[in-house]
Design a protein around this ligand. Structure first.
Ligand code: NAD
Length: 256
């Protein structure tokens, strides 16, 4: 018995990183998964490997959402779950951030999450689940990621309101707030075939040893296990909540 037997779940940004690990784990737990991304080659290859459906979905485009839900229904007959995972990060001080750059981050992270809730919840079976991927920066500040942090704070607001509005249909909506996770977003060497990503990963462990009580960067597989918990019956009485998964980073600082 898998924890998601028979359930149909859409995972956005699933071609790589945390979304990829969520897709792999959900399939292993018996779900029928829709791998959604803008990286078509990578997403299609993953879907083929794990026995999932790939759809091209730019989360900032409402028409893409309607097409993705239609494809899920056509292939699997229903939709029971959504993981809003797709996201982008841009580094800049607020005073140097061009409006276009700010709006690009808003379009993907915040509007994408809103469109996912709006489009998929409307078509979702009663008793479904939505997991929104926020961030450590949804619950505290971090210099040089102002646009990103603003959108991640907004995702927590969307999560709480969606939980209230959808509770009458027993649709549960929660958010994950990962700290530093070893994907291309925090470890860009993972995108460079010539680079040794494991070496940069060890270097990042060195950096995070100073910041994170558990002394290392997190793994995408660890976030996937939290997404599984929030998508499965194991979290049946939980809705509207942010879940921090950060190795203790947010707990505070040590002065000795
Ligand atoms: P990643 O960059 O490896 O993966 C992001 C995925 O989103 C990619 O597959 C990318 O193609 C996809 N994507 C980007 N724009 C898209 C769009 N418009 N439509 C559809 N897909 C799109 O990074 P990741 O760490 O796996 O990121 C997953 C989520 O976790 C993001 O929301 C990110 O903000 C969040 N997060 C990451 C970290 C971290 O340290 N890695 C920390 C906190 C939160």
């Amino acid at each position: 018995m898998g924890k998601l037997d028979g359930r149909v779940v859409i995972v956005t940004g699933a071609a790589r990183g945390q979304g990829e690990q969520e897709a792999r784990l959900f399939v292993a737990e018996g779900a029928k998964v829709v791998v959604a991304d803008v990286l078509d080659d990578r997403g299609e290859a993953l879907a083929k490997e794990i026995g999932a459906l790939y759809v091209h979905l730019d989360v900032s485009q409402e028409a893409d959402w309607h097409a993705a839900v239609a494809a899920a229904r056509e292939t699997y007959g229903r939709v029971d779950g959504l993981v809003n995972n797709a996201g982008i990060l841009r580094f800049n001080s607020l005073t140097d951030t061009p409006l276009d750059e700010f709006m690009q981050v808003v379009r993907v992270n915040q509007v994408g999450c809103f469109l996912g809730v709006k489009t998929v919840a409307a078509e979702m079976a009663d008793g479904g689940t939505i997991v929104n991927t926020a961030s450590y920066t949804a619950v505290t500040g971090m210099a040089a990621v102002g646009a990103y942090a603003a959108t991640k704070h907004a995702i927590l607001g969307l999560t709480r309101v969606a939980a209230l509005e959808l509770a009458s249909r027993r649709i549960r909506v929660n958010a994950m707030c990962p700290g530093a996770i070893d994907t291309a977003m925090s470890n860009p060497a993972r995108l460079d075939p010539a680079a040794d990503a494991e070496e940069t990963s060890r270097a990042l462990d060195g950096l995070y040893r100073k910041l994170v009580p558990l002394g290392r960067i997190g793994k995408p597989e660890e976030v996937a296990r939290l997404a599984l918990f929030l998508t499965s019956e194991d979290s049946s009485y939980i809705t509207g909540q942010p879940f921090v998964i950060d190795g203790g980073w947010l707990a505070g600082v040590s002065v000795i």
